[in-house]
Design a protein around this ligand. Structure first.
Ligand code: C5P
Length: 262
């Protein structure tokens, strides 16, 4: 990506995983017919209370740099990505800090004020996208160490004809449903996948999914909104290093991954 920063404060030892890819050969809504630019929305407005007291999660440091900087550095390094729009904490300090951090990075990066929920933050960034972007990824700032190959695989799957794409990993633990402290069922692990970001969409499908969503029942991911429309969501292999940094233990793990990379 070339260098350009703009800001709006108007209204975020693993090789490729063996999980099967399920990108269709037939198009759902194809971006391949009229290729436009690729934008990535980064919801980064969360407080990150599970990490303990301190700065908003996206601004917590990992190896001396905020999680958001790690995440956006990877995105601007992806050959297929043209624009990155970050939804920042919607207060003057949060916005100013995110604007300052992005100003030091290469590429076309933009800032909008985030919302009260992740879904609202994504919707606000979606409304601020340049008109010529026809593929939109949504990537959590908290997945700060996601390898660039995962980003490229998601874009490639949308370009190949999938309207909605998510990176997934098989589930290692046995999963049980519980009722209070009593087990009510053991879920068939072979059909389960842990879901990561970036999630990729044709712009029209993501916009329709958000327009149809209920803001008072926010979804935990964008693909869930597409599923609610009855549209297919396809998978590509995720990566262990794309884990979400949520707890103090995750930060310890992330520091170790970073040390091994350096
Ligand atoms: O809270 P959770 O871990 O699900 O947050 C996922 C991502 O959504 C984080 O990157 C967080 O900063 C972002 N988020 C947001 N706006 C909110 C809440 C969360 O952008 N109001």
């Amino acid at each position: 990506m070339s260098r350009a920063v703009s800001m709006s404060t108007d209204p975020a030892e693993a090789g490729p995983d063996p999980a099967p890819s399920a990108v269709p050969s037939a198009a759902v809504t194809t971006a391949a017919e009229a290729p436009g630019r690729v934008a990535v929305i980064v919801p980064a407005a969360g407080k990150g209370e599970r990490l303990g007291p301190g700065a908003p999660k996206a601004l917590r440091e990992l190896g001396g740099l905020p999680l958001l900087v790690h995440a956006v550095r990877t995105l601007v390094a992806a050959r297929s990505v043209d624009v990155v729009v970050v939804a920042a904490p919607p207060n003057p300090q949060g916005l100013a800090e995110v604007q300052r951090l992005l100003a030091d990075l290469p590429g076309d990066t933009r800032v909008v004020a985030g919302g009260r929920t992740r879904q609202e933050s994504v919707a606000l960034a979606l409304a601020a996208l340049p008109a010529d972007c026809d593929v939109v990824l949504v990537h959590d700032a908290a997945r700060a160490l996601t390898p660039v190959d995962v980003v490229e695989a998601v874009v490639a799957a949308v370009r190949a004809g999938a309207g909605a794409v998510i990176p997934v990993l098989p589930v290692a633990d046995t999963i049980k449903a519980v009722d209070g402290d009593q087990v009510s069922a053991t879920v068939d692990r072979s059909t389960l996948r842990a879901v990561q970001t970036p999630q990729g969409f044709t712009r029209d499908i993501l916009a329709k999914a958000h327009a149809a969503s209920n803001p008072s029942l926010p979804a935990t991911d964008d693909a869930g909104l597409v599923e609610a429309l009855g549209l297919p969501v396809h998978t590509v292999p995720g990566h262990a290093e794309a884990f979400k940094i949520t707890t103090p233990f995750d930060l310890v793990l992330a520091e170790a991954v970073l040390r091994r990379r350096r």
